[in-house]
Design a protein around this ligand. Structure first.
Ligand code: SDX
Length: 392
């Protein structure tokens, strides 16, 4: 990763891309944002610092960080007419579907940010997206609960605002718990970018047609929703709950996950790239113990998760396929301890991944990359003559 690398000029048509943002080594379990290790960033930085790093390429100094936070604050007001769109959804609608729709609708109220060409317009589109996305993400929960919608409080921090926007009700101000805010800040950092994963590739390919930032992010939200991708954090909790409700028999579920006739897979296990421990899972597993201890939460699902991990890691099937816990395996345990409802888990993944999506979209646009156009291997019929319907 530090040596000179040669880029195959054909990369432009290979469906892959070159990027300076995130380095991933799946064999060694290494993850770095702009050259900084995920371990150091999770331990020493905060989410807006890491967002700035991913999007603009360097860790911000104090003045740059303050300016970034203040410029985001200028764009946290969401057009009131967006509420009409929100109210069009049934309360039972999944928050990820609502979030994808609302994000795309932002284009209608901010038409200027569709085709940004220069760095100044791009900076404004970045701040608008960071500001408005957080607010509408929490509106998806408030709608489900039938609660009045909250507004961003410019006297509070970005992650503090998430908790307020989610849980503050008119009858009592939200009591901020620093332990929760710090843990959430770290979780958002761990989710912030991950090279060319499914949702990020989606953001890049939609953005490559110059469809605009909100439309590209909206497509990324839809891709992340799938249970094989970001939706896995919700699926893990539902799986752990099912194991718990079935008497905690983890061996039975590991067997089920190995049964080729059964479509069930162990959620939160395996990865397209990591064939070793996902470094984020290692950090989140430790954070789960720390946060639950700090909050005085004793969650039987954490014990089940640890047993499940132990049994799977000792199982020949999983070992032979290099299947390890991934970022989604323990994150839901922490969200649950924070009082976050399970249907919002993937929305939190999206909030964390937002700066990565923005950074990758910006890089693709500033590199003036061509429109995405993956090719295929054709395995269909050779040329054949048309047959009249009477002869078919
Ligand atoms: C994320 O790409 C990213 O970077 C994503 C992400 C990010 O930050 O953006 O890291 C976030 O999406 C993490 C992954 C979350 N998804 C899950 O936890 C869902 C459960 N995992 C599996 O669906 C699966 O592992 C995938 C989708 C994650 C990866 O799929 P692959 O690489 O296509 O795996 P595969 O289908 O090639 O599997 C190889 C073998 C197969 O068995 P064989 O056909 O060789 O006999 O491993 C088996 C699979 O059946 N396998 C599993 C399994 N995952 C793979 N068997 C049981 N349980 C599993 N979880």
């Amino acid at each position: 990763a530090t040596g000179a690398i040669t880029i195959d000029p054909g990369y432009k048509n290979s469906g892959s891309c070159k990027s300076e943002i995130t380095f991933l080594d799946g064999e060694e379990g290494i993850l770095r944002y702009r050259g900084y290790s995920i371990e150091e960033l999770a331990d020493k930085a905060d989410f807006l610092e890491v967002s700035f790093l991913l999007i603009f390429g360097e860790l911000p100094n104090k003045a740059q960080l303050e300016k970034f936070e203040n410029d985001i604050r200028k764009h946290t007001l969401v057009n009131e007419e967006m509420k009409t769109i929100l109210e069009g959804f049934p309360k039972t609608a999944h928050p990820m579907g609502v979030l994808s729709s609302l994000t795309s609708a932002l284009t209608a109220f901010n038409p200027k940010s569709v085709n940004v060409e220069n760095e100044k317009e791009m900076y404004e589109a970045v701040c608008k997206t960071m500001g408005k996305f957080l607010v509408i993400a929490t509106w998806t929960y408030r709608r489900r609960m039938g609660y009045p919608l909250n507004y961003y409080d410019n006297t509070k921090g970005y992650v503090e605002n998430f908790m307020r926007l989610m849980f503050e009700i008119p009858t009592e101000p939200y009591k901020m718990d620093k332990k929760i805010v710090d843990a959430l800040d770290k979780l958002f950092i761990l989710h912030a970018d991950h090279e060319q994963n499914c949702s990020t590739s989606t953001v890049r390919i939609v953005g490559s047609s110059h469809a605009g930032l909100f439309a590209s992010i909206s497509a990324g939200v839809s891709a992340l929703w799938g249970p094989l991708h970001g939706g896995a954090n919700q699926a893990v909790l539902e799986m752990l709950q099912e194991i718990h409700d079935n008497g905690g028999d983890v061996e039975k579920f590991v067997l089920k996950a190995k049964d080729k006739e059964d479509p069930f897979r162990l959620m939160g296990f395996g990865h397209r790239v990591y064939k070793n421990f996902d470094p984020r899972a290692t950090i989140i597993k430790k954070a789960a113990d720390d946060v639950l201890d700090a909050l005085g939460v004793d969650d039987p699902l954490l014990d089940i998760a640890k047993q499940l991990e132990k049994v799977a890691l000792e199982d020949e099937y999983f070992k032979a396929r290099n299947l390890y816990p991934n970022v989604d395996f323990y994150s839901g345990i922490i969200y649950r301890a924070m009082g976050i409802p399970v249907e919002m888990f993937t929305v939190l993944f999206a909030i964390g991944r937002l700066p990565g999506w923005i950074a990758q979209w910006k890089e693709m646009r500033l590199n003036k990359e061509p429109i995405g156009r993956p090719r295929q291997v054709y395995v269909g019929n050779a040329l054949r003559p048309f047959k009249e319907v009477k002869d078919r």
